[in-house]
Design a protein around this ligand. Structure first.
Ligand SMILES: [Cu+2]
Length: 264
């Protein structure tokens, strides 16, 4: 499947349509996204993301710069598959306490729950939202690279446009690591009973919506992939606003250990 997708991308549009038809698959859609610090968090981070969707098979490719060096960056699709819920990337108005940072609690009401965790391996469900050892790590220069093909639950591909990508983790005081000196403790982690996680590690650094992405080399929107049956997907991701994947205290404790292990 992976080979098929790669080969298809190299072909002109009509050839791909023929190929897709021949294999019985839906024609691929692709989007080029820009992930920026819409929050005004002064993260200095930005990324480009390319999504290629073939039915419910999603290839995600992200390249970013300006990330906290040698540090893991949790990244997720956030939002809702329901068209009624208008989640989007937060701007600085989400900074309710006016401290200059839109933190996780302030961002969640605007960007919505974790729908998919963009891990480097294994599970991609919201449960892996804080699987920090399976999140991409920026290199010594703060460059971040991520490539993965993910098999989405049935029908989820058609509703991808309702979602956005959020990348977390920033270096507010410019000392090339996550530390308590910059923004203090993550109140989000603390609310779950876990002390000592720097807010720098959890604050959103970039965000970009799929709906505002430019279409890739393939014609976009011409393929009706049906009404889908993603209710189960969202139900699977039905973590409260404050909860997301962070809900279980046990998970948060594990996150702290993982952060410690990751030397952040
Ligand atoms: Cu997130």
């Amino acid at each position: 499947m992976r080979m098929t997708t790669k080969a298809a991308l190299a072909l002109p549009g009509t050839a791909l349509l023929i190929l897709a038809g021949a294999t019985g698959a839906n024609a691929a859609d692709s989007w080029n996204m820009k992930l920026t610090d819409t929050m005004g968090n002064d993260s200095g981070s930005s990324s480009t993301a390319k999504l290629t969707l073939d039915g419910d098979n999603l290839k995600v490719s992200i390249k970013g710069t300006g990330f906290t060096p040698n540090s893991p960056h949790a990244q997720h699709f956030h939002g809702s598959f329901s068209g009624d819920k208008k989640f989007t990337c937060p701007d600085s108005s989400a900074d309710k306490d006016g401290d200059g940072q839109v933190n996780v609690e302030e961002g969640l009401p605007m960007y919505g729950d974790v729908i998919l965790s963009l891990t480097t391996s294994g599970d991609t469900s919201p449960k892996s939202g804080l699987a920090i050892e399976r999140m991409p790590k920026a290199d010594a220069k703060g460059n971040l690279s991520y490539d993965r093909t993910i098999a989405l639950p049935a029908g989820a591909g058609a509703k991808l446009k309702n979602l956005h990508i959020v990348q977390h983790g920033l270096d507010a005081n410019g000392n090339d690591k996550y530390d308590l000196d910059a923004l203090g403790e993550s109140t989000f982690a603390k609310s779950l009973g876990v002390n000592g996680i720097p807010e720098e590690a959890t604050n959103p650094a970039t965000c970009g919506t799929v709906s505002s992405a430019s279409a890739g080399e393939m014609p976009s929107g011409g393929v009706d992939t049906g009404d889908g049956t993603t209710d189960g997907v969202e139900a699977g991701g039905a973590f409260g606003l404050a909860g997301a994947a962070f809900a279980a205290a046990g998970g948060a404790l594990l996150y702290r250990r993982r952060l410690a292990a990751a030397k952040v």
